[in-house]
Design a protein around this ligand. Structure first.
Ligand SMILES: Nc1ncnc2c1ncn2[C@@H]1O[C@H](COP(=O)(O)OP(=O)(O)O)[C@@H](O)[C@H]1O
Ligand SMILES: [Mg+2]
Length: 214
């Protein structure tokens, strides 16, 4: 997708602006329609996520003319960066992965398929517990640019499979363990865990067969 993401101000607030560009090789009218549709879906999913109590940036403004979303700038680092830093011990990492599993379960139970689950598309917000000297870390889901609404188990299973692949490539030594913790929390938390995880096993099998064939 052709787009630009930058930091700016909107009504005095720190925002992230996400602007989609026209793909010049496509038919202009068709292209405008698709861009508008994608933009609308991205915004819808962010709103639906928040309704489902899944933290996602607040949408401040949508500019149809420039195909731009003005959203809350979340003060945090990507889950990828956080997991790759030496700041967290193993149990803290596992805790974050369980949190992620529960959030994905909420999204999926609420019919939202993210479409691009990776550790780069999850932000970690750290709040200092003050006198208790505990650090609270909460996750915020971003980048709903490929999201859609679906109740089909296959769609949710593929969503999980994309995440698994992302983890095993971005977090070489720990990826499998981390993803397993996420999946376990998903299983405990999703109402439809059984059908989704059955499909997930199929999707995974197909993926392995494909990669063996090359
Ligand atoms: N609301 C936000 N708050 C803080 N950072 C953000 C926010 N949205 C996006 N970013 C940053 O910009 C990057 C790109 O945005 P993203 O929505 O993931 O688009 P894409 O990956 O399709 O370029 C993210 O990985 C993240 O680092
Ligand atoms: Mg992204």
């Amino acid at each position: 997708m052709m787009q630009r993401v930058w930091e700016g101000k909107f009504l005095g607030r720190d925002v992230i602006v996400k602007e989609r560009f026209h793909k010049l090789y496509r038919h202009p009218t068709l292209d405008s329609k698709l861009t508008a549709q994608r933009l609308r879906q991205e915004v819808r999913s962010m709103l639906r996520a928040r309704k489902l109590a899944v933290p996602a940036p607040v949408v401040y403004h949508v500019d149809q003319d420039t195909s731009s979303i003005y959203m809350e700038r979340v003060p945090g680092h990507s889950l990828k960066t956080v997991l790759q830093s030496p700041d967290l011990n193993e149990s803290e990492q596992i805790e974050l992965m369980k949190q992620l599993g529960r959030l994905i379960a909420k999204l999926h139970d609420g019919k939202v398929v993210h479409g691009d689950l990776t550790s780069s598309n999850v932000l970690v917000v750290t709040t200092d517990g003050g006198s208790t000297s505990t650090t609270m870390r909460s996750l915020v889901m971003i980048d709903f640019g490929l999201s859609f609404f679906s109740t089909i188990s296959e769609d949710k299973a593929v969503d999980l499979y994309v995440l698994e692949r992302a983890f095993t490539s971005a977090h070489a030594t720990t990826g499998e363990t981390l993803f397993a913790a996420c999946l376990e929390a998903y299983r405990k938390s999703s109402k439809n865990w059984s059908s989704t995880l059955n499909r997930f096993a199929d999707v995974r099998m197909r993926g392995r067969k494909r990669s063996m064939v090359g």
